[in-house]
Design a protein around this ligand. Structure first.
Ligand code: ADP
Length: 200
């Protein structure tokens, strides 16, 4: 940490931006196995929010790994750094007044706790996109499980690395029981109830 750095005072505060947006801001942190449905649900939800005049932005873990985090791999150290950077970006976007949706496997509890600390408890909404591993493997929309099982992708979550489910998520979306629309609308309703509620 550099002791010669100071946090700048911003004339326009996050609360001012929320007023301008006419809704509150928060971070929806979607966690779940690959192919559990995080991207599908996020895209459906963003369209619904757009139609309702709620400003949002989707941070997709795969996209970030191709840009900001392209120097990182899948060791425990790199997975932690991956989440730390995503959380910092989500925090910044949230402060700009948007509903920020993060879609990333984020398999380790300790990493998600780090994200919660960066974003701050008040704004961090952990949403568990739950789906049995067998169902994810059957879906396999990108063929990743197939590649992982045949040894072409090492360190793949669910195959040779663990996934630690959240113990106390704000919301669980079981996509092996709900269809895409049901799961997504559950999340839309949750977001609307939170961004329209009085926080004072
Ligand atoms: P992730 O982002 O979690 O890796 P994706 O959204 O890319 O997952 O892939 C999920 C796949 O499962 C998609 O092909 C989607 O059409 C399919 N699917 C089937 N049922 C559901 C459901 N109830 N919710 C979300 N996705 C579902």
């Amino acid at each position: 940490m550099n002791n010669n750095l100071n946090w700048q005072q911003h004339a326009i505060k996050p609360i001012d931006r929320e007023r301008l947006m006419r809704h509150k801001s928060l971070v929806i942190w979607l966690t779940g196995l690959s192919a559990s449905g995080k991207s599908t649900i996020s895209n459906f939800v963003e369209k619904q929010l757009y139609q309702k005049g709620i400003h949002s932005y989707l941070l997709d873990g795969d996209d970030i790994r191709q840009g900001l985090n392209k120097d990182l791999g899948f060791s425990e150290h790199d997975r932690t750094e991956n989440i730390r950077r995503i959380a910092e970006v989500a925090h910044t976007i949230r402060q700009s007044g948007l509903v920020t949706i993060v879609s990333t496997i984020s398999p380790y509890k300790s990493n998600r706790e780090l994200a919660r600390d960066i974003i701050s408890e008040q704004y961090f909404h952990e949403v568990y996109v739950s789906c049995a591993l067998e169902v994810c493997e059957q879906r396999d929309p990108k063929g990743l499980y197939h590649k992982a099982r045949s040894g072409q992708i090492p360190q793949f979550t669910g195959v040779d690395q663990p996934y630690e489910p959240p113990t106390n998520p704000k919301l669980t979306l079981p996509t092996d029981k709900l269809n895409i629309e049901q799961a997504s609308l559950t999340l839309v309703h949750y977001i609307v109830s939170k961004v329209k509620e009085d926080r004072t």
